[in-house]
Design a protein around this ligand. Sequence first.
Ligand SMILES: NC(=O)NCCC[C@H](N)C(=O)O
Length: 312
Amino acid sequence: MKHTNSFADYTADELKGILLLAEKIKKDQAAWSHVLDGKKLYTLFEKTSNRTYLSFVIGMEELGGKAYNQKWSDSNFTIGDLMSEVKYVCRNVDCIMGRFKKAETTLGFMKNATVPVINGCDNTFHPTQALADMLTLYEKTGRFDAKVLYIGAKNNTYNSLSEIVSKLGGTLYGLTPFSQVMAIGDTFYDDLKQTGHYVELPTDISKDELKKVVADVDCVYTDTWVDMEFFTNPGYAEKKDSIINMMMPYQIDAELMAETDTLVFHDMPIHPGFEITQDIMEQHLETILDEAENRRHAEKGLLVYLLTGTLG
Ligand SMILES: NC(=O)NCCC[C@H](N)C(=O)O
């Protein structure tokens, strides 16, 4: 029984196995349409969602299983003892996917659950997005050891992407002038640096130097400058202008992407005019939609692995 939160809990071979399984299922969906017959997935959303909801619910159905969705606000998890509620849920379902605002809640579920719990994005990690990103990179480059330049806020998506790229032998270059408040261990980034596959770029890097990195990598990746729940944080309105001013020099724009065929990824929802310009978004939208669709395919590989113990 295995939970999915930090990729520190997975070996590189396991991750490659899940991605290859995902690719196999994607190429012959009919052959896998009964593999999870009778299996039940409970999906819980405290944070809002489009891709995580659709990909898990439809993915589970395509594998022969069923997903039962619940809004966090309609649930009883916060009005009583969490441990006993989680244990009760596990008497009913085979797997839990939770998208919670805080890592403490994700970890509370993982500590008490007797079925696999998948983190569907909290304030620290977004592992299923990272699996979809690697599947997309593998499809487009034929390699697991891809080179990725992430430009944007240091956040949940960044953490999981950094973990998986470095674990699979690629290189993650991070240009992250702004950091979200996250419940991450003190040594997380130092440990990544120790791998030799994670490089933090100086925020005063010149545009010419940055363009050289862009030309050298397989993919430039960006995400929203503030996580979705951040909008409701007290004080956000006052901070908004300073965040925009700080981040605007790092926008993915035509000048940065000139004379290169480097891929552009975004985990969506996109905010054109902020982390990426409208023209660059439109130019790379098919790739971004391939990446978004791959949420479902990557999660199908993960669900089959977690619920059957096989990598196909
Ligand atoms: N594809 C997604 O699941 N996107 C939304 C989550 C990422 C973003 N960093 C957030 O937490 O709001």
